[in-house]
Every structure is written in structure tokens, then in C-alpha cells.
Design a protein around this ligand. Sequence first.
Ligand SMILES: [Zn+2]
Length: 171
Amino acid sequence: MKREVIKAKNHEIVEYWFSRIDECGLSVDAAEAHERCWRCGCKRTLERCHIVPASLGGSDDPSNLVLLCHRCHLDSPNVADPEIMWDWIRAYGTSFYDTFWTIQGMKEYEFIYNRSLEEEFKARNIEDINEFNKIIKEEMQKTTYHFGDPHLNIATIAGVIRMALKRYEEM
Ligand SMILES: [Zn+2]
């Protein structure tokens, strides 16, 4: 049997949640919650994501939906306890728009190379951040996207940081 289309509109989901929750500490505020992903805060096409999945008995009401970009939708928890979704969204809250994926890329770098970017800068005496950012921008030109997701994923961002550090050492 084919699933029925979700009837709740994006603005109804925004109105439901942002009249109830404390938006402090989230990656979006009420004014932009209709156009920015509630987890990463980026301006993207938004998908309606079930808090409790339909297959676990979750409804299509605004009270059981949040708005996420495609990538965050894929990453989101699929569990029967509705609190988990909000725990997850809040844990990733960032204070500034459009910094989320860069921050995740820096964490990914630390995970792969066991060193924070700050430690890498110290080890190489990198003080001129503008110069380093110029190299980052150039290395960005040598990346590409996975089909269907026209954004740099965190492994790519971590790779760009690594490539830029290597180039900096050669200078
Ligand atoms: Zn997102």
C-alpha cells in the first residue's frame, strides 16, 4: 500500500514548534525556521522529518514533524521516543548561520588526524590566518560533490584542511 502524502505544511510545523519550544541554543530562530534546516541552520530545501517514524506509529501531525535539509534528514534518529529528536537537534546547535558544516569538518579532521586545527596551527607557527584561508579557498577548487548532494561533506572539508596544511608546509 502506498503511503499517503503528508498534509502538514512547512509553515504549520514552524508555527506549532516555535510557539512552544525555547529557541535559544538552536541553529535556527523562528524568523528563519521556514527556510533553514533546524539542525544545521543552513539555507536548503527543507524536508518534513518524522520525530517518531511513521513505521513506529508516528503521526503526520505538525507535532510529530520537524524541518531538516536532506543531509540532516538522513542523519536524524529513527526511534520511538520523541525526546531523542530534540536532544539531537539541540546538541548540534550553533550560534552562527552557515558555520555548521565547517565546524563538523574541523571535528572530522581531529577525528582522522588526532590533532585539532588549533594544534596544527601551533605546530606549524601559522599566525597569518588570512594567508591560510587563501590556501583553503584554492584547495576548495580541487574538490567535488557526490551526485545528488551539491554540498561539501565533512570528510571533504577535513581533506581540504589537510591539503591546505600540506601546501602551507611546502611554502
Ligand atoms: Zn541540515
